[in-house]
Write a protein that binds this ligand. Structure first.
Ligand SMILES: [Zn+2]
Length: 255
């Protein structure tokens, strides 16, 4: 008789523990991830249903494996999903990709300066950065910039995608605008030539790519990637050769 009481008790107890573990491991239920993506992420919205499912799963995997924290601001589920979406978008053509060089993403309330200060009154220009040295493995993002990147006013810019492209570029050891990991042994010279030609056009005011791309080749790659993912039709129309090359890098044809 005893067993009739104890067995259901053990089963209920086991299910409760399992549920608790599940919610701890998966910070946001898949259903809610899908809702938030659908509300805010255009890249996801236009995917066919089977790919949407894959995208949701990848967002969940990212959230399970990456610590996201906020300093001086509230961390919402939307922020977490937007960080994860920014990570997934550039590597959506690479099944099984993991950001080995990332452990933490830290959100600051707004833009910050070189000394990581974000209070008003300081000169604040940085929207996001990939940590080096003692900050290796960390990414810092402005919450305002993160959310703006997925708003209708974003245009060709998306700060978080920009930073994740820097991480991809860095995966071969150097952040130099030549993402060897994405290039699959293609020679770098034609790509560099293309970058320098476009930099020339930007300098002469004949390109619609953000002049911040003139900083160096790494910034060019990150800025052009924002444009590629945010406004693929426009990018292909104005920059067919760059589009073609980057479409091969990312293994994604968005048009
Ligand atoms: Zn940058």
């Amino acid at each position: 008789m005893f067993v009739f009481y104890i067995v259901p008790f053990i089963i209920v107890f086991y299910l409760l523990i399992k549920k608790k573990k599940f919610s701890k491991k998966h910070p946001i239920p898949l259903k809610n991830i899908a809702i938030l993506l659908d509300e805010r992420v255009e890249f996801y919205r236009i995917l066919p249903p089977n790919k949407k499912k894959i995208f949701e799963k990848l967002v969940d995997d990212f959230l399970v494996s990456t610590k996201i924290e906020a300093v001086g601001t509230e961390l919402t589920d939307l922020d977490k999903v937007l960080v994860a979406a920014s990570a997934i978008i550039p590597v959506f053509g690479f099944p099984g990709w993991r950001y080995k060089n990332l452990t933490d993403v830290i959100l600051y309330p707004d833009n910050f300066n070189q000394d990581f200060q974000f209070e008003a009154g300081n000169e604040r220009q940085i929207l996001g950065m990939v940590g080096t040295g003692f900050l290796n493995g960390q990414m810092i993002l402005s919450k305002v910039a993160l959310e703006k990147g997925f708003s209708k006013e974003a245009g060709k810019s998306n700060t978080a995608i920009h930073e994740f492209v820097h991480l991809l570029d860095k995966a071969d050891g150097t952040t130099d605008g030549i993402p060897e990991i994405l290039m699959h042994h293609q020679p770098a010279i034609p790509w560099l030539k293309m970058i320098h030609q476009e930099m020339n056009r930007i300098q002469k005011g004949r390109s619609d790519i953000n002049p911040y791309a003139l900083t160096n080749e790494a910034e060019f790659l990150a800025v052009a990637s924002e444009y590629f993912f945010e406004k693929p039709n426009e990018f292909k129309h104005h920059h067919p050769e760059l589009y073609q090359m980057m479409s091969e890098f990312f293994r994604q044809d968005l048009v």
